[in-house]
Design a protein around this ligand. Structure first.
Ligand SMILES: Cc1cc2nc3c(=O)[nH]c(=O)nc-3n(C[C@H](O)[C@H](O)[C@H](O)COP(=O)(O)OP(=O)(O)OC[C@H]3O[C@@H](n4cnc5c(N)ncnc54)[C@H](O)[C@@H]3O)c2cc1C
Length: 442
């Protein structure tokens, strides 16, 4: 690793990275470590100040780059309980995994506040030699006469920042990727809207209600009870607050004429969720878009002098039972930083010289996971999975566990036929979806 250096603020830059979220911080870290002069631009007053997510970071992507991250990162809790809940208005059916080993290294997920986590990661890049410019908006891309990207326009009095490479990590709906022609101007069909509340409850109450101790945390994902709008809900524990939210199809919201807060209120009032939240105080409300297009809708990732990473490239994995984005942002940011550093070293930053970026991503979890799960968004957001199966399965479980004496038990096959009939599901569709799910998730 090349030792950190202090860049001259007036010298032409090797790279400018736009957005100090996890993707941008990771890209800047790699470039700075490679001895490159790099400026990390952030529109907020500090990294993470504007960033919204549910709350779980899967940090193992950092093992090689920041081997001590487990001791240093601003962890709220380590997730040891992972529950998936199917909801109907009056019922809930859960698969509830308790994995106490996740509370110790190598760990699995941790809850963290983005203001803390993004600042921590961005300052790792600064410690490696990157320059962080906050309260600065990139307002456009600069191009030379050949069409190659050569920096960004900003809203600072000093104006433009020229650089040999630009890395756009400006998040979902990336303004820069759109300006470069890599993303379509509007694509509501492939985005969801996430809304979230942070609710203060106190550490002891959280421990008691979620069955936790010490730094143990819980992650509950919900499917169903979203007024027919494709999407789902989540409930995560921080140290003394919980994050509760809903992720909802934009087109579904528009068609239903429902506000996302109304769906969130329904989830919070559900008899399986309300007892966790009773007596809590809402401390924060936020909303943000999520890219849902998956592998098949990912844009071209490079152009001459330009790379895009993280949500700007649509790299969130929102596949029903998974909601991961920070790990993909870090993984792609690191790969973009590496590709840029290698290209800079050869003196050629054309799209062809930056092409190894995509190959790098294809060979790691970043695109391998997206490729493997490319059919997941279509399946998980389908009408039967969203609306009929939560009813069918809770109905089936209800039938199995209802003791009908003096009638004898009806038998599971009969109960399944009855639940399918009641909920408008044909058994051949159930079998076809089970086969499809097997092919998508295997
Ligand atoms: C409701 C919700 C729940 C989620 N839950 C999870 C979860 O639990 N776990 C998980 O891993 N992922 C989750 N995600 C996804 C995750 O938040 C994203 O995948 C991740 O933040 C992407 O990181 P990024 O660095 O690409 O973009 P971002 O985190 O969005 O960072 C982009 C940065 O660029 C800055 N910026 C934007 N435009 C400009 C500009 N023009 N000039 C300067 N700066 C600019 C922004 O201020 C921001 O700091 C969730 C998302 C939502 C919305």
């Amino acid at each position: 690793m090349t030792p950190p250096h202090t860049p001259d603020p007036d010298a032409p830059l090797d790279a400018v990275v736009v957005g100090a979220g996890p993707a941008g911080a990771a890209a800047a870290l790699e470039l700075a470590r490679a001895g490159r002069s790099v400026t990390l631009l952030e529109r907020g007053p500090y990294p993470g100040s504007k960033n919204v997510y549910g709350g779980v970071v899967y940090g193992r992507v950092l093992d090689d780059v920041l081997p001590h991250w487990r001791d240093e990162a601003p962890v709220q809790r380590w997730v040891v309980r992972r529950s998936t809940m199917l909801l109907t208005a009056q019922r809930a059916l859960s698969a509830d995994l308790r994995a106490q080993d996740w509370g110790a290294p190598p760990h699995n997920g941790m809850t963290a506040y983005r203001a803390d986590f993004d600042s921590w990661l961005a300052h790792k890049a600064v410690a490696a030699g990157a320059r962080l410019l906050t309260s600065t908006v990139a307002t456009g891309l600069l191009r030379d006469p050949t069409g190659s990207f050569t920096g960004v326009r900003t809203d600072r009095p000093a104006g433009d920042l020229t650089a040999r490479v630009v890395i756009a990590c400006d998040g979902v709906n990336s303004f820069l990727a759109k300006q470069a022609g890599l993303l379509p101007a509007a694509d509501t069909a492939h985005h969801t809207l996430g809304v979230k509340e942070v609710i203060g409850l106190g550490r002891d109450t959280i421990d008691e209600r979620f069955g936790l101790r010490g730094t143990d945390g819980a992650d509950i994902e919900m499917l169903g009870h979203t007024r027919g709008i494709p999407g789902g809900g989540f409930l995560y524990t921080n140290t003394d607050t919980v994050a509760v939210g809903a992720v909802l199809s934009l087109t579904g919201l528009a068609q239903a004429g429902v506000r996302p807060e109304e769906v969130l209120t329904d989830l919070k009032r559900h008899p399986a969720i309300a007892p966790y939240l009773r007596g809590g105080t809402v401390e924060e409300y936020s909303a943000h878009l999520i890219p849902e297009g998956g592998y098949d809708r990912m844009p071209r990732l490079v152009d001459d002098g330009l790379l895009i990473a993280g949500d700007a490239a649509g790299m969130t994995l929102a596949a029903g039972i998974w909601l991961e984005g920070v790990n993909f942002a870090i993984g792609s940011g690191l790969a973009a930083g590496r590709a840029a550093a290698n290209a800079l070293a050869t003196g050629d930053v054309s799209a062809r010289a930056l092409a190894p970026y995509r190959r790098d991503l294809e060979s790691t979890f970043v695109l391998a996971d997206h490729k493997r799960l490319r059919g997941a968004p279509g399946l998980v957001l389908s009408d039967r999975v969203q609306h009929r199966y939560p009813h069918l399965l809770t109905d089936l479980a209800h039938g199995v566990f209802t003791v009908t004496n003096p009638e004898p038990k009806p038998g599971i096959a009969a109960l399944l036929r009855r639940s399918a009939r009641r909920n408008g599901v044909r058994l051949r569709h159930l079998a076809a979806d089970a086969w499809r799910a097997w092919r998508v998730f295997r």
